[in-house]
Design a protein around this ligand. Structure first.
Ligand SMILES: C[S@@+](CC[C@H](N)C(=O)[O-])C[C@H]1O[C@@H](n2cnc3c(N)ncnc32)[C@H](O)[C@@H]1O
Length: 466
C-alpha cells in the first residue's frame, strides 16, 4: 500500500469530549516525558486516521483440532478459487499464508484501496454494514437503509455507508455524511427490502467491485475456518489452556475465544462459557457445534455474580464455589475504541467511562474463581488507559496474590506509559497499537509483518495467582 493512498477516509469522527479525553490519554505526562509532544501528537493523529480504515490483512483461525493447517490452507485456496470463477476479470489467485509463529492462523492480504468508479445509482447501508463490507462482506438486506426508487434485482449500484445513522429507513436518496465503499449487484428488488411484512434476510447486494477487496467467508468451509482478528487469536495462546483442565470464559459471546480455547485443549476438559445476554448464548452453542466442539458448556449468567460461597444444588452451572477453575479468561466488555474500521462513534464520554467499574467487578469475581497457581488473562479491544494499564495497576495493588506473567506469543507492542507501571511491568503487557506503524511507506513489508502491526487496537495482560 502506498502512503499517499493510506487515508482514503477522514479520521474517525468522535464527540469532541471523547476526542479531548483520548488526546489527554495519548499525550499524558509519562508519554510526553518519554517521546516529546510532537511524537505524542503524531501518534494520536495516526490513531484517529487508522481507526477509520480497515486493516491490510484478513486473519482466519483454522480448525487445527480437525485437520492439519496445510490441508486447511489448500482447501481454502480451492474454495476461494471457486468464488473467483464467478467474477469477470482474470485475476491472480488469492495468496494465503500460514502465520510464521501462530500455528493455527492463516493470513490473506486485503487489496485496497482500489480505484473504483462511482455509479449514478446509490444505495445506502448503516455504518455497521459498511464496516463489514470494508472487511470483505456482501451487503445483507437488514443493513440497507436507502436504495434507488426503481431498483431491481440485477441492477448495479454504488454502496455508501451512512456514518452518523442519519438516513431514514426506506429513503430513495441520502445527502448526509456518507462514504463510498464499492459497487455491487442488487440481489433483490427494492420492494423485497422495504415493502415486506417480515424483514428481508440474506444478501441484498453482492459486492463485485469493493473499495477494499478481501474474500467473503460467508458459508466458506464453516467448520474449518473462523474469521477472527489476530490479537483475539493471540489471547487463546496466551491463556495456554491444557487438555483436561477446567476453564472459565466469563464474557464469552459469540464464542470466538471460547471455541479457540476448546480447540487448543483438543476438546478434552471443560470450557464454561458465560454471557449476560440470552440470545447470545445460542450463538456460542452454534459456533461450538459448527466447529465440532463438545467440551463447551454455555450459560446465561451475570459474571459479576458468578462466585458463591454457598454450596449450590446444580452440579455444573453457575454460580461456582471459589477456586473452581484452572484458568480464567476475562475478555471484558469495553468501550471498543480499537475496532477497525470505525468511521464514527456517537458515544458520550459518560458511556466510555462506564466500563472500568464493571471491569473491576468482573475482575474481582475472576480472581476468586481462579485456583491457586491458576492463570488469569484480561483482554479488551480498546485503547484507553483506564480500561487497560490502569486496570492492571489497580489489580496488582488490590490482589497481592497476583503477579504479571510473560506472554507467548508476544507480537504486539508493550503497555502504554501513563499508569505508573514500571518498565518491566510494561514489557509484560501486550498492546496492539496500529498507530505505531501507520503510514509507513513500507510497501514491501511481508504479509505477516503487516498482519502483526496493522491490527485492531487491543490489550492483553496475563496474571498468575499464587
Ligand atoms: C468483548 S465481548 C466478548 C467477545 C468474546 N469473548 C469472543 O471472543 O467472541 C464482551 C461480552 O461480555 C458480555 N457481558 C457484558 N457484561 C457481562 C456480565 N456482567 N456478565 C457476563 N457477560 C457480560 C457482553 O454481552 C458481550 O458479549
Amino acid at each position: 500500500m502506498h502512503s499517499g493512498e493510506m487515508s482514503v477516509f477522514p479520521k474517525i469522527s468522535l464527540k469532541p469530549e471523547v476526542t479531548g479525553y483520548l488526546r489527554n490519554v495519548f499525550l499524558n505526562k509519562e508519554v510526553l516525558a518519554a517521546v516529546g509532544p510532537q511524537e505524542a501528537e503524531s501518534r494520536f493523529q495516526k490513531l484517529l486516521a487508522c481507526l477509520s480504515h480497515p486493516p491490510s490483512s484478513t486473519c482466519v483461525r483454522a480448525s487445527t483440532h480437525l485437520a492439519p493447517l496445510e490441508d486447511i490452507r489448500l482447501s481454502l485456496e480451492e474454495e476461494l478459487k471457486k468464488q473467483k470463477c464467478g467474477s469477470s476479470a482474470e485475476e491472480p489467485s488469492v495468496q494465503i499464508a500460514p502465520h510464521p509463529r501462530i500455528t493455527d492462523v492463516l493470513l490473506l492480504p486485503v487489496d485496497g484501496p482500489r480505484a473504483v468508479e462511482r455509479l449514478s445509482s446509490e444505495l445506502v447501508v448503516d455504518a455497521q454494514c459498511g464496516s463489514a463490507v470494508l472487511r470483505g462482506a456482501h451487503v445483507f438486506a437488514p443493513g440497507i437503509v436507502a436504495s434507488p426508487k426503481y431498483m431491481k434485482a440485477g441492477d448495479m449500484v454504488s454502496v455508501f455507508s451512512d456514518l452518523e445513522g442519519r438516513c431514514t429507513r426506506g429513503a430513495t436518496r441520502f445527502q448526509g455524511n456518507k462514504v463510498f465503499v464499492g459497487n455491487g449487484v442488487a440481489e433483490m428488488d427494492r420492494s423485497a427490502i422495504f415493502v415486506t411484512e417480515t424483514p428481508a434476510r440474506g444478501v441484498g447486494v453482492r459486492m463485485v467491485d469493493p473499495l477494499y477487496k478481501s474474500p467473503s467467508f460467508d458459508g466458506v468451509l464453516p467448520s474449518m475456518v473462523f474469521l477472527q482478528n489476530l490479537p483475539s487469536v493471540v489471547v487463546g495462546h496466551v491463556l495456554a489452556p491444557q487438555p483436561g483442565e477446567r476453564i472459565l470464559d466469563m464474557c464469552a459471546a459469540p464464542g470466538g475465544k471460547t471455541c479457540h480455547i476448546a480447540a487448543l485443549m483438543g476438546d478434552k476438559g471443560e470450557v464454561v462459557a458465560l454471557d449476560r445476554i440470552r440470545n447470545k448464548i445460542d450463538r456460542i452453542r452454534q459456533n461450538a457445534q459448527t466447529l465440532s466442539l463438545q467440551s463447551i458448556k454455555a450459560f446465561r449468567f451475570n459474571s459479576t455474580q458468578a462466585v458463591s460461597d454457598e454450596p449450590t444444588q446444580e452440579a455444573e452451572g453457575p454460580p461456582f464455589p471459589p477456586e473452581s477453575f484452572d484458568r480464567v479468561l476475562l475478555d471484558a466488555p469495553c468501550s471498543g475504541l480499537g475496532q477497525r474500521p470505525n468511521m464514527a462513534s456517537t458515544w458520550s464520554l459518560k458511556e466510555i467511562c462506564s466500563y472500568p467499574p464493571l471491569q473491576r467487578k468482573l475482575f474481582q469475581a475472576a480472581v476468586r474463581l481462579l485456583k491457586k497457581g491458576g492463570v488469569l488473562v484480561y483482554s479488551t479491544c480498546t485503547v484507553t488507559l483506564s480500561e487497560n494499564e490502569e486496570q492492571v495497576a489497580w489489580a496488582l495493588s488490590t490482589f497481592p496474590c497476583l503477579s504479571l506473567q510473560p506472554q507467548e506469543p508476544h507480537i504486539g507492542s508493550e503497555g502504554m506509559l501513563g499508569a505508573g507501571l514500571s518498565p518491566e511491568q510494561l514489557r509484560l503487557l501486550q498492546r496492539f497499537s496500529p498507530e505505531l506503524s501507520w503510514e509507513q511507506t513500507d510497501t514491501a513489508a511481508s504479509l505477516a509483518r503487516r498482519a502483526d502491526t496493522d491490527t485492531i487496537g487491543f490489550f492483553i495482560a496475563k496474571f498468575l495467582k499464587t
